[in-house]
Design a protein around this ligand. Structure first.
Ligand code: ARE
Length: 631
């Protein structure tokens, strides 16, 4: 069997029904070189009977070039989850194909998923996300700025910093009491930049609820927008403006849900007696005593990472007060903001892996049970809401059965490989260069862990509020940002721009990765911003880049070149990336995308047109740049 001819994924040309209901059969298409094989079978595992089943495939057609045969077979409809792989025979040898790749012996992992009834949000698949750390984006209302010494929290007096100044620890050495004045009014004022100039349509905000720190991951009151950021009424205004089409496309809002722990100033805990005298820290007969896990009351309690200002919530058993409070009841935190008069579109779950009962730290059945209940609650309020979990490794245990999250922050399958391939360092800045072939297999492997529609909503970001800035990690070469942006906007998953990454904002580790936004750079006279705008426009114009197939076309370790296809019934797009510092001529084998000789491909970045000959287009790509060749 000629392995190079084999292809299948869950894109629209190869899978009749990527998100089937329980009553919809799924017809799968397998590509082989013409005349290469004698038979092919789908072998699938059905969780209903815990057995493998075989479906013989039949020859269905040739592709447009006549180079390939297309074989088809149908997996019958049923409600149960299934996993499939292909067995391919040419009379003398057998090959196996699944999402992990091609092998000569039968694989034991990496099968494609079918999860009847499971869907990820259409808007998340098709959107581009912009992440904002609210204190640092834009100060739209100076009257609510936190001032010097306005209050003291855990020995830290607040300090007001001038926009543009360094994000250093303040005079008392406290790096979480440094306020720049950014707020919701600022985001409202700048929505035109996000939606119109850039063309992004999903906003993800780091925490906005009342809390004494600048980052607000230690919530004091989940039901109140922090006064330094605005008010609950202003949040409603912001949501209305995001949802309106006034500044471009209809937009969506995802809030940061910090539900593993609260702050120690939360009324439920009330370590500093800011509220009353009946928080769990203050009284064992507190109505919220059971919300936390005390080894020895009051000073020894479970926390996030040993940080005393972040006491862990105790989720108890199904129906517990904490479960009802956070997601279960109609007045729970999560349901409140999903419903009118707010109507947010999703939650990002902070430290999601750790939610647990007692002092437990997740990674067990209780965490998964909590996540299942949470999904049910969220979807009962808004079936189109998105749930994105924070997890830094392989998140498949929350994503592979359609019962918990829709997607996850894609450190594992995007941020890390991109950093190692383009910057030669890992997220922590340690030397870790990988060649193109390893980059490609890393991407394939991490995609294979996940159902296809989950892959499409994984949030793909170059950096976050928890990593160094991409531009800094990458040595400050803006061309590497260009290359990364081209990859990000043409890869599988929801592109997510951490505010400022679109102009190559610099910054080291937390807290330096949270600098105030430099508005002088936020125009299309800045080449990186102009490129971001162009790339988002391209992504928005071509569904193939969002929900199409992904096919590797070329990996060249010597010259650091990579090419891949994104395609559906309407468009075939070949992306060529040059990760070297010098210009290279790239021969892109577009016949693999069934693009015929003599047809014309246009580079959507340069406007240059190319004619396909001998199955290839030959493109000159400058160092740390790319070409997006569309038919
Ligand atoms: C503050 C200071 C830091 C200081 C720290 C400890 O800023 O300089 O080192 O305190 O004293 C929030 C704030 C942080 C704050 C922190 C504690 O944003 O600024 O730090 O609270 O007060 C792990 C977790 C993951 C977590 C990351 C940071 O698994 O959940 O660490 N990310 C979320 C948010 C953070 C937030 C919190 C959680 C807490 O996104 O912003 O911090 O609510 C490997 C591991 C991961 C690990 C990762 C990074 O990959 O596998 O599990 O993530 O490394 O360490």
């Amino acid at each position: 069997v000629e392995w190079a001819g084999l292809f299948h994924d869950q894109g629209p040309l190869y899978d009749s029904n990527p998100e089937p209901s329980a009553t919809q059969a799924v017809t799968l298409t397998l590509r082989t070189y013409k005349g290469d094989i004698t038979s092919a079978n789908i072998k699938y595992y059905d969780s209903a009977d815990s057995q493998f089943h075989w479906v013989a495939m039949h020859w269905a057609a040739n592709d447009a070039t006549g180079i390939y045969d297309l074989w088809q077979g149908t997996i019958p409809a049923s409600a149960s989850e299934k996993y499939y792989r292909f067995q391919i025979n040419d009379g003398s040898s057998t090959a196996w194909l699944n999402a992990a790749g091609t092998t000569s012996s039968e694989p034991t992992a990496g099968d494609f998923f079918i999860i009847p009834g499971f869907k990820t949000p259409v808007w998340m698949k098709n959107g581009v996300m912009y992440q904002i750390f609210p204190d640092r984006f834009y100060d739209g209302d100076t009257s609510n700025d936190v001032t010097n010494g306005q209050y003291t929290y855990a020995g830290c007096a607040t300090e007001q910093h001038a926009w543009g100044s360094a994000v250093a620890a303040n005079v008392s050495g406290c790096n979480t009491a440094v306020f720049f004045g950014g707020d919701l009014q600022g985001i409202i004022d700048k929505l035109g930049y996000i939606k119109n100039t850039l063309g992004a349509d999903i906003l993800y905000l780091n925490p906005i609820f009342e809390s004494p720190t600048d980052h607000k991951y230690d919530t004091e009151d989940y039901y109140t927008v922090d006064p330094a950021f605005g008010s609950n009424a202003l949040l409603q205004t912001l949501i209305g403006d995001i949802h309106s089409t006034g500044n471009g496309r209809k937009g969506y809002l995802i809030l940061d849900g910090v539900f593993n722990h609260t702050g120690d100033t939360n009324q439920w805990f009330d370590k500093y007696h800011w509220w009353s005298t009946n928080g769990a820290y203050e009284s064992q007969s507190s109505p919220w005593y059971g919300y936390y896990d005390f080894q020895q009351w009051p000073n020894s309690y479970s926390t996030f990472f040993g940080i005393g200002s972040m006491p862990k919530l105790d989720y108890g058993a199904t129906g517990s007060a904490v479960r009802e409070q956070i997601y279960g009841s109609s007045t729970s935190v999560m349901q409140t903001y999903l419903k009118s008069p707010y109507g947010i579109d999703g939650w990002r779950l902070d430290a999601a892996q750790y939610l647990d009962a007692g002092g437990g730290n997740g990674s067990d059945a209780t965490n998964h049970q909590i996540m299942q209940e949470m999904r049910t609650a969220v979807k009962s309020v808004n079936a189109n809401a998105d749930i994105v979990g924070e997890f830094w490794g392989d998140a498949s245990s929350w994503l592979d059965d359609g019962k918990e999250w829709d997607g996850a922050m894609n450190y594992n399958g995007f941020t890390q490989p991109v950093s190692e391939w383009i910057c030669g360092v890992d997220e922590g800045g340690n030397s870790a260069a990988i060649p193109t072939s390893q980059f490609d297999s890393w991407l394939r492997g991490t995609r294979a862990d996940l159902p296809g529609d989950v892959q499409q909503v994984m949030t793909n970001f170059l950096g976050s509020h928890d990593t160094s800035r991409f531009a800094t990690r990458c040595g400050g070469d803006i061309w590497k940002t260009y290359l990364a942006l081209i990859f990000q906007m043409t890869y599988v998953g929801t592109p997510t721009i951490y505010y400022g990454d679109e102009y190559g904002m610099q910054g080291g580790a937390d807290p330096d990765n949270r600098r105030s936004f430099d508005w002088s750079q936020a125009t299309t006279t800045d080449a990186a911003v102009a490129l971001t705008q162009k790339l988002i426009g391209i992504r928005n114009a071509y569904p193939a880049l969002r929900t199409g197939s992904f096919m590797t076309l070329l990996t060249d370790d010597t010259n650091h070149l990579y090419a891949y296809g994104r395609f559906d019934a309407s468009n075939r797009i070949a992306v060529a990336l040059n990760n070297d510092s010098v210009t290279h001529t790239v021969t892109v084998p577009v016949s693999q995308l069934s693009v015929t000789n003599g047809s014309t491909l246009t580079d959507l970045l340069s406007g240059i047109q190319y004619t396909v000959s001998n199955g290839n287009v030959v493109v000159s790509v400058q160092g740390h740049y790319g070409a997006i060749l569309a038919q």
